[in-house]
Design a protein around this ligand. Sequence first.
Ligand SMILES: Nc1ncnc2c1ncn2[C@@H]1O[C@H](COP(=O)(O)OP(=O)(O)OP(=O)(O)O)[C@@H](O)[C@H]1O
Length: 691
Amino acid sequence: MEEAITKSDFESLLITNSLNTALKTFAKTANGIIPIINNDGYLEGILTKNRVIQALANDNQLDQPIQPFINTNPICLSPESTSSEIRFLFLKHSISHAPVVNSQNQPIGVISTPHILKRWQKRFESLQSQLKVIDKIDAGFVTVNEQMKMIAVNPIARGIFQTDISYDFSHITERYPTIGQLIKDTIYYKKEFSKQRIKVNEFSLLIQCIPLFEKNKFNSVMLLMKKLPTEEKYTHISNWNEKLRTALEVTDEIDPFADAITLVNKEGVVKVVNKSFCNLFSSSEEEIIGESIFDKIPDLNIQEAFNLGVPLKGLNRLIGTQKSLIYSNPIKDGNQIIGTIFKIIYKGLEKIQSDVVKAPLLQKKEQNISGTKYSFNDIIGKSTSIKEVKKEAFVSSQSRSTVLILGENGTGKELFAHGIHVASSRSGPFIKVNCAAIPDELLEAEFFGYEDGAFTGAKRGGKKGKFELAQQGTLFLDEIGDMSLSLQSKLLRVLQEKEFEPVGSNRTIQIQMNSKIITATNQNIKYLVKTGRFREDLYYRINVFPLNIPPLRERKEDIPLIIDFLIERLNHEGFSLKGVTSESHASLIEYNWPGNVRELQNVLERGANLTTDGYIDIGHLPNDIRNLEKHSHHDYLVSHDDYRTDTRGEKELIINILHQAQGNKVKASKMLGRSRTWLYKKMDKYNIILD
Ligand SMILES: Nc1ncnc2c1ncn2[C@@H]1O[C@H](COP(=O)(O)OP(=O)(O)OP(=O)(O)O)[C@@H](O)[C@H]1O
């Protein structure tokens, strides 16, 4: 109990004492009650002042024992009771005094309303002074209880939300779901949560949700919203501006052949330019400053490199009709990228006739957009591991080498392949072949095409193979680990000799092999090589640039972001999701995700179909996720050593999904996002037999 609440200068009486003694005791104290004890010192009840007055008014004698007038069932307080609890009890039972007893039921004090009022006055004064401080600090401040009822708010918070914040705070949390989720997480986990750069109206905020405890018991959440200053203030780029401007002015004066140089901030807004940069764009400094570099040089590669914070080293591009080489280097403040310096070499390089150039430039842009669905921006994740692979993937996109993407099912291998294609700025299309979904005989025709009448069912006039179609573009060979040995030899021949024969033909076709080859598998390819199921020479040929995509369970910090992203995507598809409840959020984070992002996507889609109020609740999640405590994480892992033949968790995932689909293979393959052929093959491989 808080100090000064326990009134220990109290007196107790024995049940055998008389009314007279009680009267004298009351005369000595301001307390309205006297604890009554038995001979062993344990509380028997209380005697109230009113009861004594009543007894005497009813002509009871002063020497009469107090026993008949005792209230034997009083409301008692414990030394741990907080002032709020005491206030609550007093109000609930309409009392103004209560004895405080220890764990042995012995009275140790008496509390009366005046004590509580004094205590509250003190708390109120200290709160008022705290609120004065909070009013002064440049941050919005709101406290809410578990029921989302507001306890306190300061004017800055009202200003941020630009609305009247009423007692029921849930109208705010519904309008700003990210804040709502943070508050719910804080209530659920009873720990602090924060998030950088949330946009609320025109403010960019750092949000902190801090759990408040009273006597070790969770009491409320404090929401602190710090307005982030404009970018110029919180980075040091303005210092850079000045330094660079001075340096550039000097070089402009002494070097008429200077390269074009610009400094852009982290949003890509041009901050400093030299004369040569202005000349390249035939504009004045005033016209260029404040523009976006991506409008000036609309190139996907520049955007990707910029977003990922990787340098560009001599990117060969046309700016207007001018050939140029683009270099860039990010400027960091600690770990944060605060801007980028671009240097463009163009003086002395050829200028191309405008008519000739415009057409291919336009064509190239359109093809990139139609050929692929996703860029690196669509790969969500802030974990170090995913950021690292994104960087490596970007670097691989700039080289001519073959890329091998390794990772479990649904980790985003195909997404990475798309990203690499976009970042490589190839003019040709993105062509995908799923080596596991197509029977071997047809796969060969898919790869190399066929001549007219090559086999029954073949198209009249023959068909071009994917290798030819992917010229200047990207050929993505998914599930390469499932390819037969004979086809592997043919693939190796194309990669090495750059020649092949269409099915049913004696004609050898030579190709230029200017397409980017990306392969992917979820199998342990080294093991396949070791057991003779994958050609070693082909393995070395495709493994020039390996990328390992980490499974979702190893980057749990990405899960909330991916959930937000997928919910937005589902809403684009016509759902009206508001979010996931904090309980299901916790389960989604806890779960092991053997099927990775694809499984998460399916789970959310399932929830989206089940929810009626827009929130995916624990009841909308599949059993495995709902009843996590029943499964150990290892339940999902197939017994594995280094040379496992099974992709970790794949067999379990398939059994699990088949179970959810009640044995319906069409449904299960849809839930898995795979073809039926793929599912049949896998069921065969893992010997999965349905009852
Ligand atoms: N980091 C991510 N951010 C957003 N979406 C993702 C991410 N990773 C995967 N996805 C989504 O998850 C789904 C599965 O991804 P993808 O098909 O690329 O996986 P995969 O590794 O190629 O799977 P498989 O091995 O089963 O073919 C896709 O819808 C993809 O858009």
